[in-house]
Design a protein around this ligand. Structure first.
Ligand code: ZN
Ligand code: ZN
Length: 125
């Protein structure tokens, strides 16, 4: 099972927002726990939250035992893909307009971003 995005390098300097609690997620170069593919990902450090982001899965969580972990897509969150790479985009604070949100490509060196404003936002603030 090959998904697009895994051949690209995940930018380590991003500040993706967790879709559940709006926390800035932290980069983990060591990637997922043992027993899974050891790719870098972002991990929400908010208390009790296990949401992750990477290029191939978008926002997802891990379920299962340590020796048999499955990634489960965060429902309703992953809707935007980079037009250049076909990878899932991450959400970040929009630095231009405080009310909106921006979705950006997480591939290193890619500057593809799109504005969403507040329409259809799944974030409750
Ligand atoms: Zn979170
Ligand atoms: Zn891209």
């Amino acid at each position: 099972m090959t998904q697009p995005g895994f051949s690209y390098a995940l930018n380590a300097m991003l500040e993706p927002l967790c879709p559940r609690d709006n926390t800035v997620m932290r980069y983990e170069a060591s990637g997922l726990p043992s027993g899974t593919d050891n790719r870098p990902s972002y991990h929400c450090g908010h208390e009790g939250c296990s949401v992750r982001y990477d290029l191939g899965n978008g926002y997802f969580t891990l379920i299962g035992m340590p020796d048999r972990i499955n990634s489960v897509e965060e429902p309703g969150v992953n809707t935007m893909k980079c037009e250049n790479h076909g990878t899932w985009m991450y959400r970040r604070r929009d630095l231009e307009t405080e009310s909106g949100a921006a979705w950006c490509c997480g591939v290193e060196g890619c500057g593809y971003c799109t504005q969403t404003g507040t329409k259809g936002s799944w974030v409750r603030t």
